[in-house]
Design a protein around this ligand. Structure first.
Ligand SMILES: [Ca+2]
Ligand SMILES: [Ca+2]
Ligand SMILES: [Ca+2]
Length: 409
């Protein structure tokens, strides 16, 4: 048994003050719990004769244990300072958690390596550097106008169709991902989240195939301002249908910062790389040559039903032509928006990231907004391979087979 004399209110107050001080340090959510504990301690056993509170140590210990457990569950409120060279963040991605499969990767407070102020603006493409009419200017507008849709993204004068086609396919199917991975900061800068694979330790691991390094996925956030390369007053690179909507151009600018600090660094790439950089997941590519039409159609339909983004690439023309006779752009990437059947014919709906220049064969429409449908058989024949961001299988963090360059044999 322990004793607290109740009429010595100063002692109660002292406890209270200590608790309040602790509450302040730990955050408001602790307040109720600590005052509950104080009240419970008071009510435990007030002895009218002795004017003392008699309390069972076991009871007090339980209360204190509850408090300690609660403290331990509380995430740290202060920012985490991280040593360079140490892994910043390992995402324990549970592939069996169906709900998690479609969740965007959220910003994690406390991981601000790339948020300590504005990064320098990426250099424009080398071919643009000495051209007149070009300037880097603050672009006023809103991050989002009328929500997110595919027309918010139009490719400019850099060859990042693979990135913008991937981004468009995400905007089409998972618009919440976009809103959660780009945000405006209070100082009018913007932060965009990407993903990286790195090797946190040179410790060699072994499996049945031999030695490998463990590769992990990290989140990497890039802070940029609203200065964008302008060409006589218009965005030189990505822009939206509405010139006052900034998110696509800012996403692209942050991607240039992430890929090396120049728009040259994003000039050319693969859809699968873009999906990894954007979503942190591996992709599956389906070569069209030799594939079975129905199987490919069903695979794409299933992917879209499961909200897995899909994009497609078309190879270069043998003779170096820019456009096919039916209006497809060679050496280009398109977003896959939908598949459907009409009167027994299978179709696919695509979008050219240019925001114009459409297929003019069977199924063509008259609105030149870059979105068009074509028979699936023509899709299979004209395009080279379909890439599906693979949420449902494996995200590639810990699997050395998904990242063969980390194998040591
Ligand atoms: Ca700047
Ligand atoms: Ca919009
Ligand atoms: Ca159209």
């Amino acid at each position: 048994m322990g004793l607290i004399k109740k009429n010595k209110t100063s002692k109660i107050n002292k406890i209270k003050n200590t608790q309040v001080g602790m509450t302040h340090a730990l955050g408001m959510s602790m307040k109720n719990l600590t005052s509950n504990i104080i009240n419970k301690a008071r009510d435990l056993s007030f002895n009218q004769t002795t004017n003392y509170i008699h309390y069972e140590e076991a009871q007090m210990m339980r209360l204190i244990k509850d408090l300690v457990d609660h403290i331990l569950q509380e995430p740290p409120k202060q920012e985490v300072s991280l040593k360079p060279g140490k892994p910043r963040f390992v995402v324990p991605y549970n592939i069996n958690d169906k709900a998690a499969q479609y969740k965007p990767l959220p910003f994690r407070d406390g991981l601000r390596k790339f948020e300590t102020g504005d990064l320098s603006d990426p250099e424009v493409k080398s071919e643009h550097r000495n051209q007149s009419g070009l300037s880097y200017e603050k672009k006023t507008g809103s991050l989002f106008v009328d929500g997110i849709d595919v027309s918010d993204i139009k490719q400019g004068s850099v060859g990042d169709c693979y990135f913008l086609a991937a981004l468009t396919s995400i905007a089409n199917i998972q618009p919440d991902f976009i809103t959660q991975n780009i945000r405006q900061n209070t100082d009018n800068t913007y932060t965009v989240g990407f993903h990286k694979i790195s090797i946190p330790s040179k410790r060699v691991l072994y499996d049945e195939k031999g030695p490998y390094y463990q590769a992990i996925r990290e989140t990497a956030k890039y802070c940029i301002d609203n200065e964008l390369p302008q060409w006589y007053g218009n965005n030189l690179y990505a822009r939206g249908e509405n010139s006052g909507e900034l998110w696509a151009a800012l996403y692209e600018k942050a991607y240039a910062a992430y890929k090396g600090g120049s728009y040259d660094d994003i000039n050319g790439g693969t859809i699968a790389t873009a999906y990894f950089d954007l979503l942190g997941v591996t992709s599956k590519t389906h070569k069209h040559q030799g594939s079975i039409e129905t199987t490919l159609y069903n695979t794409i339909q299933t992917a879209l039903d499961n909200k897995n983004p899909v994009a497609v690439g078309i190879g270069p023309d043998e003779n170096g032509a820019h456009l096919s006779e039916e209006g497809l752009v060679y050496n280009h990437a398109y977003s896959v928006l939908d598949v459907f059947e009409q009167e027994g014919v299978k179709y696919i709906t695509l979008r050219n990231p240019y925001g114009y220049q459409e297929w003019n064969g069977d199924g063509a429409d008259t609105k030149n907004d870059g979105i068009f449908s074509m028979p699936f058989s023509a899709y299979k024949d004209n395009f080279y391979e379909t890439t599906i961001a693979d949420y449902t299988k494996y995200d590639g963090i810990y699997d050395p087979y998904a990242h063969p360059k980390y194998r040591l044999n």
